[in-house]
Design a protein around this ligand. Sequence first.
Ligand code: SAM
Ligand code: SF4
Length: 355
Amino acid sequence: MDGLHTERLEAGRAPAAFATAMAVPALVDPFGRAITYLRVSVTDRCDFRCVYCMAENMTFLPKADILTLEELDRLCSAFVARGVRKLRLTGGEPLVRRGIMTLFASLSRHLRCGRLDELTLTTNGSQLAKYAEEIKAHGVNRINVSLDTLDPEKFRAITRWGSLDQVLRGIDAAQAAGLQIKINAVALKGVNDDEFFHLIEWAHGRGMDLTLIEVMPLGDIGEGRLEQYLPLSMVRAGIAKRYHLEDLDYRSGGPARYVRVAETGGRLGFITPMTHNFCESCNRVRVTCTGTLYMCLGQEDAADLRKPLRASESDDALFAAIDEAISRKPKGHDFIIDRRHKRPALARHMSVTGG
Ligand code: SAM
Ligand code: SF4
């Protein structure tokens, strides 16, 4: 089925979104925040089963519910027409979606005509050796690779199904192709908390930024969050005992706060949804592979964009649904992990909305 979509995408369908692009206003939510960043989960499937992200036995969505590559292109293009300047493809694992390179190829037209500043990707790295050159050829310059440990045994324990060696080969290939890499590592108590210095030296030694992420209470994963949760305020204090950390104004377009590690010269980011709420500057929304738009990562409220997308060739109904959804974007989330809140704050997994 994807082969068919591939052909149609390559035929270069002119999205209806552009016919009305000049006439439609930018997306601004009720709190005055302009929505300029869309994260798109192109599949809920993955070749890993990270312990903080998925249960080992996941039930994935039926194929009929999932937007085709052509529909994903049309949806992304509608957001671009409405002022989105940055698109991130994520998942599940975006590079396991069959035919995914055709989506990169078709979306890259927005980079060439200057409507889009950045097309990027968050990946577990397992397929990078295969795709890095092609990704770069489609105009992608920077990617995020998730890697929580440099210890092969621990890597296997965290990802359940993954191979560290394969990911490291993918990182080598991506750097050889000229892609800039940011490594994302989830801080896990008792798992990788003895490795942060090693991760910093390894990433910075290879010219890569490193960002540490607090584990978030998303989805039932079959074990307690409290056991995994490690506040980054504590991690930062520990790192600051060995290194000089200089606060930076640098922002990568995301919620990370960065410091420069004086000893390595590299950048270290902290994403702290639990200890520091970053919602006031939120510029993003997320759409799933079924076309469900989540206005906030940490809230249940969502809008179905698949229905208006499939209802007509015109994008009018789609634009109306997007406007209505953005008018409901909440002020922020209220994640809590403590002894009284051991259940997930939200039923859906991170692999549904994408990281
Ligand atoms: N499979 C790709 C990957 O791992 O990079 C993209 C999707 S994954 C859901 C995106 C990011 O979300 C990864 O960096 C992952 O570590 C992070 N993540 C998943 N579940 C999380 C959770 N419960 N709390 C914090 N980060 C999480
Ligand atoms: Fe897959 Fe990424 Fe979730 Fe790990 S974090 S299970 S690689 S989607």
